[in-house]
Design a protein around this ligand. Structure first.
Ligand code: XUL
Ligand code: CO
Length: 445
């Protein structure tokens, strides 16, 4: 819940009031209009459906540099160094922001929270030094770790891949990174561990042995599963698909590809997926398509929330603002059983010219309210039952007779041929009524 400013960890956000729910008619830009944390929706508190998380990288390490110019986000708490000292000081600001926002979770990569040292042993020690501070702040503020991950894409050693690098020493380096981050995630009671294959892909087949690279990825995932078992890490492993960027072709292209790969390596029981809205569109899919691939395979883990721009073809990572898309997403998520240990991580960044600390709040308020408004709409859809009944009826030929036999695996081609020959023809199905359903959906919005 929002903390009173009097208890604030740092003075940097003192000009901004703690963010509270004021309802849809509020004119206060520093208030939620739809997110009322403890209000019950379909029998569960909104905060427990959403499990909102602030991401450390965009919000606290992003400077909004782009290819045409350096960063423009000059934060008053930064001293301009990437030192361990600054890393430790920064944690107070992060937890202050999260508390004032009234959010319960956060997510980070190893390199977001701690800098590399002179050698790998010092790098590991830096990570643990910050982890100890994070643990104290989690306890003091009640903030929880939704997931941890390792950054195996920024440094030049990863330029040709991490676990799929042609260099076996890089593979070994990555083993150290994931081992340490699994230990840290367990230490901080993290509820999930994410693999996003930053440079796990290729730019040209002229220099790439795809078969070997993907086998190495499979071996790496297997080792991670084995190590988690060894240390008793009970968090959920998640893979975050992305079609392209930074490599031309990423191996974890989309949900269907990842599920196929996991099955190839016999790892499907150990992993679920972390679906990012803008990654779905990069793969040429709707966000909801990716969610439905997951729920229909029992593999929905968590969401990295953001949006692309319909006119741009890259990962713009803007804060979500389309509550209609979120409503449809919630309908799929809720019918699929909810998030489990996952949640909504705002893997989004403010624009390069939104440089005030106030913009960090406006961005998260908009994202959280977008999902909260969507949740309220989805609850209406679910309570009203018309949409779900329509779909159930559309498949009702499988609830009895020959359809039931097909689903039960009790028939073969010969039996089906005999059946349909006796009928003489398969009558066309009733209209699929897309336009009627789109109009019905609009009614709930
Ligand atoms: C990159 C991306 C990452 C992952 C974590 O597009 O989404 O931030 O979420 O490594
Ligand atoms: Co992401």
């Amino acid at each position: 819940m929002p903390k009173a400013t009097a208890n604030a960890l740092t003075p940097y956000f003192d000009a901004i009031p703690a963010i509270k729910y004021e309802g849809p008619d509020s004119d206060n830009p520093f208030a939620y209009r739809y997110f009322n944390p403890n209000e019950k929706i379909l029998g569960k508190a909104m905060k427990d459906w959403m499990r909102n998380a602030v991401c450390y990288w965009h919000t606290f390490r992003g400077t909004a540099l782009d290819i045409f110019g350096p960063g423009t986000l000059v934060r008053p708490w930064e001293d301009g160094t990437n030192s361990l000292d600054m890393a430790i000081k920064r944690t107070d600001v992060v937890f202050d922001f999260i508390s004032r926002l009234g959010v319960e979770y956060y997510c980070f990569h190893d390199r977001d929270v701690a800098p590399e040292g002179a050698d790998l042993s010092e790098t590991n020690a830096n990570l643990w030094a910050v982890a100890e501070k994070l643990k104290k702040l989690q306890k003091a503020t009640g903030t929880k770790l939704l997931w941890g991950t390792a950054n195996m894409f920024s440094h030049s050693r990863f330029s040709q891949g991490a676990a799929t690098s042609p260099n076996a020493d890089v593979f070994a380096y990555c083993a150290n990174s994931v081992k340490e981050m699994l230990d840290v995630t367990k230490y901080l009671a993290g509820e999930n561990y994410v693999f996003w294959g930053g440079r796990e892909g290729y730019n040209t087949l002229l220099n790439t042995d795809m078969g070997r690279e993907t086998e190495h990825a499979g071996a790496f995932f297997r080792m991670a599963v084995d190590y988690a078992k060894k240390i008793g890490f009970r968090g959920q492993f998640l893979i975050e698909p992305k079609a392209c960027e930074p490599t031309k072709h990423q191996y974890d292209f989309d949900s269907a590809t990842v599920l196929g790969t996991l099955r190839k390596f016999g790892l499907e029981k150990h992993f679920k997926l972390n679906i990012e809205q803008n990654h779905a569109t990069l793969a040429g899919h709707d966000f909801c398509h990716e969610l439905a691939v997951c729920t229909s395979n029992g593999a929905l883990g968590s969401i990295d929330s953001n949006r692309g721009d319909v006119m741009n073809g890259w990962d713009t990572d803007q804060f979500p603002n389309d509550y209609r898309e979120c409503a449809q997403a919630w309908h799929i998520i809720i019918n699929g059983g909810g998030f489990g240990s996952g949640g909504l991580n705002y893997d989004s960044k403010v624009r390069r010219d939104s440089y005030d600390v106030a913009d960090m709040f406006h961005a998260h308020i908009c994202g959280i309210d977008t999902w909260a408004r969507g949740l309220r709409i989805a609850a209406k859809i679910i309570k009203d039952k018309q949409l779900d009944r329509f779909v159930a009826k559309r498949y009702s030929s499988y609830d009895k007779g020959i359809g039931k036999e097909i689903e039960a695996g009790r028939v073969n081609f010969e039996k089906l041929q005999k059946y349909i020959l006796a009928k003489g023809e398969a009558a066309p199905n009733a209209s699929a009524r897309q336009e009627y359903l789109e109009n019905l959906f609009n009614k709930y919005c």
